[in-house]
Design a protein around this ligand. Structure first.
Ligand code: TRP
Length: 336
C-alpha cells in the first residue's frame, strides 16, 4: 500500500448520517475539510455506527449514508486524495471500541455532558450505545494514528476522553496509540440557529426555520433567511449585543471570506432586508452547485460504490494493523 510512506500528518473526522446535514455541518466542518486535503493524510468517515445510538429507520439510514458521502465529494473532497469510507464497512471500529470499553470507566463516561443531557431527557430508557458512544469515537480516531481531529466546541470533551483512554492503554500495556490533538481551523464558522441565535444551528431543532439544510431548495433557503430573527435596533454592527445580525454577518464571512469591518462599512446605510437578501444569495450560490453535484453522484450508485469500497479497503488495512497490536498486547492468542 502506498499510504503512510509520506510523512503527512493524519486527520480523522466524521459526520453521523442521522439526519439531513445542515449549513452548520457544511460551514463548520466540510468546507474546512476541503482545505485540508493537500496538506494532510485525511480520513473522512460517515459514522453510521454512531448514528444507530438512536433509533434509525433503515431506509432513511441507507439513503442518508450515501447522501453524506455524496455531499463530501460534491463539496470538493477528492476521493483519490483522501480515505472516504463508511464506518460499518471497517469491522475494526467495533472491535477496537470493545477493547477500549474494557479500559474505560463508568465514571468518566457518566461525566460526558452530551450523555448527561440525553439521559436527563430519556431517563432509564436511554440507549446503552449513547453511554459508550465516546469510546467508539475514540476507536475511530486512535485506529489511524491520528495526529489531528477537527472538532467543534461540542465535541471537545469527546476528544479529551479519547486522549485519556489512549494514554491509559499506553500506560497499562506499552506505547500503542498516538495521542491526538484537536485541530482548530484558522477560520472556523460556528453557525447559530436563525430563530434563536444564542443556540447552535441544529437539525434536531423543533422549528425548521432555525436551520438550513444543505439540500434545501433555493426558495426554501430564501424563505428561512428572510424569517431569521434579528432585533429592533435597525443598525448593522458586528456585536454580541446583536446576535441575530452577527450570525447573518458570520454567514457572509464564512462563505465569502469577507471581514466584519468591511461588512459593517458596506451595510452602514443599509437595512436588515438588504443584509438578508445578500445572505440568502450567498447561501444559494454556495449550495446550489453542490446540490446539483450531489444529485448527479447519487444517480451513479456504481461509481459511488467504487469510491466507498476503495476507501474501506484502505481504512481496513491501516486499522487492522492497529487492532492486531492491541490484541497482542492485551494477551489474545494470534489466530496464526
Ligand atoms: N461525535 C461526532 C459528532 O457527532 C461524530 C464523530 C464520530 C467523530 N467519530 C468521530 C468526529 C471521530 C471526529 C472524529 O459530531
Amino acid at each position: 500500500m502506498e499510504s503512510n510512506t509520506d510523512k503527512k500528518k493524519v486527520i480523522f473526522s466524521g459526520i453521523q448520517p442521522s439526519g439531513q446535514l445542515t449549513l452548520g455541518n457544511y460551514l463548520g466542518a466540510i468546507k474546512n475539510w476541503v482545505a485540508l486535503q493537500d496538506e494532510f493524510d485525511c480520513y473522512f468517515c460517515v459514522v453510521d455506527l454512531h448514528a444507530i445510538t438512536v433509533k434509525q429507520e433503515p431506509k432513511d439510514l441507507r439513503q442518508r449514508t450515501l447522501e453524506v458521502l455524496a455531499i463530501y465529494i460534491a463539496a470538493g473532497i477528492v476521493p483519490e486524495k483522501n480515505t472516504l469510507f463508511i464506518q460499518s464497512h471497517v469491522p475494526a471500529h467495533s472491535e477496537c471500541a470493545w477493547l477500549l470499553t474494557c479500559n474505560s470507566y463508568m465514571g468518566e463516561l457518566s461525566r460526558m455532558t452530551q450523555y448527561k443531557d440525553k439521559s436527563q431527557r430519556y431517563g432509564d430508557s436511554i440507549g446503552a450505545g449513547l453511554f459508550t458512544y465516546p469510546v467508539l469515537m475514540a476507536a475511530d480516531i486512535l485506529l489511524y494514528n491520528t495526529d489531528l481531529v477537527p472538532v467543534g466546541q461540542d465535541q471537545k470533551q469527546h476528544l479529551e476522553i479519547a486522549r485519556d483512554i489512549a494514554n491509559r492503554f499506553n500506560n497499562t500495556y506499552s506505547p500503542t496509540f498516538k495521542i491526538p490533538d484537536p485541530y482548530i481551523p484558522k477560520v472556523g464558522a460556528k453557525v447559530m440557529s436563525l430563530q434563536d441565535p444564542t443556540k447552535k444551528m441544529s437539525k434536531s431543532d423543533d422549528n425548521p426555520n432555525g436551520y438550513i439544510l444543505i439540500m434545501d431548495p433555493p426558495e426554501v433557503i430564501r424563505k428561512k433567511v428572510s424569517r431569521a430573527v434579528t432585533d429592533s435596533l435597525g443598525i448593522i454592527n458586528y456585536s454580541d449585543d446583536q446576535p441575530g445580525v452577527k450570525n447573518l454577518l458570520d454567514l457572509l464571512i464564512a462563505i465569502n471570506g469577507s471581514t466584519p469591518q468591511d461588512l459593517v462599512a458596506y451595510y452602514k446605510d443599509k437595512g436588515y432586508a438588504d443584509l438578508k437578501k445578500d445572505v440568502a444569495d450567498a447561501i444559494v450560490n454556495e449550495l446550489e452547485p453542490i446540490q446539483n453535484k450531489v444529485n448527479e453522484i447519487l444517480k451513479d450508485k456504481k461509481a459511488l460504490e467504487e469510491i466507498y469500497k476503495l476507501g474501506a479497503e484502505k481504512a481496513n488495512y491501516i486499522s487492522m494493523k492497529t487492532l492486531r497490536k492491541m490484541q497482542k498486547k492485551i494477551g489474545f492468542i494470534p489466530r496464526g
